[in-house]
Design a binder for this molecule. Structure first.
Ligand SMILES: C[S@@+](CC[C@H](N)C(=O)[O-])C[C@H]1O[C@@H](n2cnc3c(N)ncnc32)[C@H](O)[C@@H]1O
Length: 199
């Protein structure tokens, strides 16, 4: 039996398939628009603010940000193969794992989004305690690199109830906000954790 592939192996092998999947792209683009609407929240100055895309993949979300007028966008992803496509599109991206320390200084970003990434954070955890520690780290890192008054929108798919609760508890310790559920109980259900760092 071969070894279990790491997340990097998995997305590495799938990178071209992902980039060329037109149906998936259409769905992801709708999700990105929704996440950006939640991020902007009627703030007319948002487009000039520095934005980080965590788990940016091949750069689909960054294409939408550019279309919507964002000029200062950076992306990180665990998979160099996914990032290769984003680099071809000339986006500013670097390899980083959200489960580790992110390569940014404190309070660098006004806005952060992560589309379809938060379901991979608990990957490989063997106990609730490990899941809790993973999310504590992720919440701490997002808090650290976000400016006071900044907002993050983290889209994820439904998780087992206990895992969702472990995740939310860690974010609630530091941020205000909550979860917005679109198309609840349908196959296309999506969840958006919208969190604000207090000033
Ligand atoms: C379903 S894809 C979504 C990509 C992109 N956000 C989009 O909407 O097209 C999930 C992405 O998360 C990245 N990823 C998974 N685990 C990660 C981690 N621990 N740190 C950083 N990126 C991660 C994968 O490499 C992949 O590019």
């Amino acid at each position: 039996m071969g070894k279990t592939p790491t997340l990097d192996d998995f997305f590495g092998e799938k990178a071209r398939e992902y980039e060329e999947n037109k149906n998936l792209k259409k769905l992801q683009i709708e999700t990105v628009h929704r996440a950006l609407d939640l991020l902007e929240d009627n703030n007319p100055n948002i487009n000039i603010e520095k934005l980080l895309d965590i788990g940016c993949g091949t750069g689909w979300s960054m294409e939408i940000m550019k279309e919507r007028g964002y000029t200062d966008i950076q992306g990180v992803d665990i998979s160099e193969d996914m990032l290769a496509f984003a680099r071809e599109k000339e986006f500013e991206v670097q390899q980083a794992d959200i489960r580790e320390r992110l390569p940014f200084i404190d309070e660098e970003f006004r806005s952060i989004i992560a589309i379809s990434v938060m379901n991979f954070v608990e990957e490989g955890c063997k106990s609730e305690n490990e899941i809790e520690q993973r999310y504590k780290h992720v919440a701490d890192e997002i808090f650290r690199i976000l400016k006071p008054g900044g907002r993050a929108v983290l889209q994820h798919f439904k998780k087992p109830k206990n895992v969702e609760e472990l995740m939310l508890t860690q974010f609630r310790h530091k941020f205000t906000g909550g979860v917005i559920i679109d198309d609840e109980n349908l196959r296309k259900e999506k969840r958006f954790l919208v969190i604000d760092k207090p000033i």
